[in-house]
Write a protein that binds this ligand. Structure first.
Ligand code: AMP
Length: 311
């Protein structure tokens, strides 16, 4: 059955933007990813939280087609992250990261998740990302997210993980760092040679650039009049991207169908659509109130935004 297994952080965030401050609100890469993906297919979540984590937050995610059996509870406090944005919302300062129970996290994949058709390895230690892959039965598609911390500190393990991955989602600075190439086209070629068939480069308010077997594709970020809080936009993009792709593959049937260039392009725009909603409010607030009709309407506006005739 089509479903996405996601492993990542479930957290409390404190976020300050020029427009306000939110204290200890629900966050984490797996939370944003799951909620976005859940509009398309069922999601199986694996993460760890501490004894301070409110049942109300578990219930809120569970109400959205997200299976929470894989949420481990450990003695101690939940992962906590604090960030601050200036008026340039692309520049973020991390004020504080408390790993807490995340520090000794070992992902345990419940039996019923092992046949998930799609896997999203959120930004965690590449050793743990490989442990997750060791516990699942031949998924149809594996996507991975990482960051400079792991590229600097765990490069060999990250490269091992990448050999087992179909789609890598990172930002442009991380792509340069991972490949050692300044030019982004050369960087993409070098990274794809490490394993991933498809590389998706996230560039914040400048949109997304995808490199694949059929060349490259670019999508802008949706021009919003009010960007309130960019936290989680990258993870929300990944959830919309993979969720949509999984739903297309579910309909396509046969092994490699639904992974063609047209489906990938629509997945990029769907990811960008979901991310554009995420940034309209703090935490998961906008995604929790979102409807499929609103998603489809903005997807339509996206097409209009980028369409032009030949000369
Ligand atoms: P994004 O804005 O897409 O990079 O995601 C922000 C989310 O990632 C926040 O909700 C944080 O709780 C979470 N986060 C921040 N730093 C880390 C980290 N080192 N590991 C895992 N999750 C993190």
């Amino acid at each position: 059955m089509t479903s996405i297994l996601v492993v990542g952080s479930v957290a409390y965030d404190t976020v300050e933007t020029p427009f306000g401050r939110a204290e200890r609100v629900l966050g984490g890469s797996a939370s944003f990813f799951s909620l976005a993906a859940s509009f398309f297919v069922p999601v199986n979540l694996v993460a760890v939280v501490g004894t301070d984590f409110a049942q109300e937050h578990v219930d809120r995610l569970a109400a959205h087609n997200i299976d929470m059996e894989g949420l481990q509870r450990a003695d101690g406090l939940s992962f906590f992250w604090e960030g601050r944005y200036s008026f340039d919302l692309n520049a973020r300062e991390t004020v504080r990261t408390d790993l807490n129970v995340f520090q000794s996290f070992r992902p345990r994949i419940p039996e019923k998740y092992r046949h998930s058709s799609h896997v999203f390895l959120g930004n965690i230690d590449p050793v743990l990302q490989q442990e997750v892959l060791d516990q699942v039965e031949r998924p149809r598609l594996v996507a991975l997210d990482t960051m400079n911390f792991w590229i600097e500190g765990r490069l060999d393990e990250l490269k091992k993980a990448l050999r087992r991955v179909d789609v890598l989602l990172i930002n442009d600075a991380e792509a340069r760092q991972l490949s050692g190439e300044w030019n982004i086209v050369k960087a993409a070629r070098a990274i794809r040679a490490l394993g991933p068939r498809t590389l998706v480069l996230k560039k914040g308010e400048h949109g997304v650039l995808m490199f694949g077997e059929d060349g490259s594709f670019s999508a802008p970020a949706y021009p919003l009049e009010q960007v309130f809080d960019p936290t989680g936009a990258g993870d929300t993009f990944a959830g919309g991207f993979l969720g949509y792709l999984a739903s297309v593959q579910a309909q396509a049937g046969a092994a490699d169908r639904g992974y063609d260039d047209e489906a990938l392009r629509r997945a990029v725009v769907m990811g960008s659509t979901l991310a554009s909603f995420c940034v309209e409010a703090f935490s998961l607030d906008r995604l929790l109130a979102l409807t499929r009709a609103e998603i489809d309407e903005r997807f339509r506006l996206f097409k209009r935004l980028t369409q032009f005739e030949s000369i």
